[in-house]
Design a protein. Structure first.
Length: 278
């Protein structure tokens, strides 16, 4: 974390965290403090992580994640019902939906922030997630706990954005502004996709996945696809005592002009040329 960052949540969260083993739903004071903290997360006043504009690094707010973890200790199980559907859980559904389009079948839990202009097709957004303005979460896509999704992002059908709550200092998945994530892709374990980047369908990116530039053959990073490029699933050949095997990798096949809107027809043609689709 940067030295200048101060969580907007009350320090009471840290005090409660130190005595978390003794907490229960019977502790009215602790419950009130944690509900207030998660309400701030739900409203977007606090978030689990963000990209620091100065350093370009992901900053994690451990206090946010502690508040979410403590909510499971201090909230009791409650039965609720929506139409014919019944639920039994500690975390209620989100009710703050001003300016958000929620298609029937979409589920968002309390403690997830959805900015005005977000569109949820039948999908799932977990507690602690942050979804910024203009983003579409398409059909059967999942945004995991504390995942950070930027502005004008398209999470295509069946995309899985992994969640992470423990340990509290673990970095969540970050998808930056203007990115497009192709259908059935999985972005997990604190991996990061840069601004304006297009990830081809069926791509798996975790914190340990090598990201390779196909023009140079050089490994760019692990678990991070840089800004304004097109990336697809691939393999990297490695020698082992038992033989030669291909290990999963992500391949950067094209650099995009920064700030230029995506030409979907051209991108789909490029991806088809490499045996994948958008």
């Amino acid at each position: 974390m940067t030295q200048t960052f101060t969580s907007p949540l009350s320090g009471v969260v840290d005090e409660l965290w130190e005595r978390r083993a003794e907490l229960s739903p019977d502790d009215a004071g602790a419950r009130a403090a944690i509900v207030a903290a998660v309400d701030q997360i739900d409203a977007g006043e606090a978030r689990a992580a963000f990209v620091d504009p100065g350093s370009g690094q992901v900053v994690v707010d451990e206090r946010v994640k502690r508040a979410i973890l403590l909510s499971f200790k201090v909230l009791g199980m409650v039965r609720s019902q929506v139409g014919d559907f019944q639920y039994h859980d500690r975390i209620p559904l989100k009710s703050r939906l001003e300016g958000v389009r929620v298609v029937p079948g979409a589920i968002a839990r309390w403690g997830a922030y959805l900015a005005p202009g977000v569109v949820l097709m039948p999908s799932f957004v977990n507690i602690g997630a942050y979804v910024d303005a203009g983003t579409m979460v398409d059909t059967w896509a999942t945004v995991g706990s504390c995942a950070q999704i930027g502005r004008n992002v398209h999470l295509s059908g069946g995309v899985g954005i992994g969640g992470v709550l423990e340990p509290p200092n673990a970095r969540p998945v970050v998808i930056e502004d203007d990115a497009m994530i192709g259908s059935r892709s999985m972005i997990t374990e604190g991996a990061r996709v840069g601004r304006g980047t297009v990830v081809g369908a069926g791509t798996n990116l975790s914190a340990s996945t090598p990201v390779i530039d196909v023009e140079s053959g050089e490994e760019i990073a692990r678990g991070y696809v840089p800004d304004w490029c097109v990336a697809v699933s691939g393999t990297r050949v490695r020698e082992f005592p038992g033989g030669t095997f291909g290990l999963p990798a992500v391949l950067v096949i094209k650099r995009l002009e920064e700030g230029r809107r995506h030409d979907k027809a051209a991108l789909n043609e490029l991806l088809r040329d490499h045996g994948v689709s958008g």
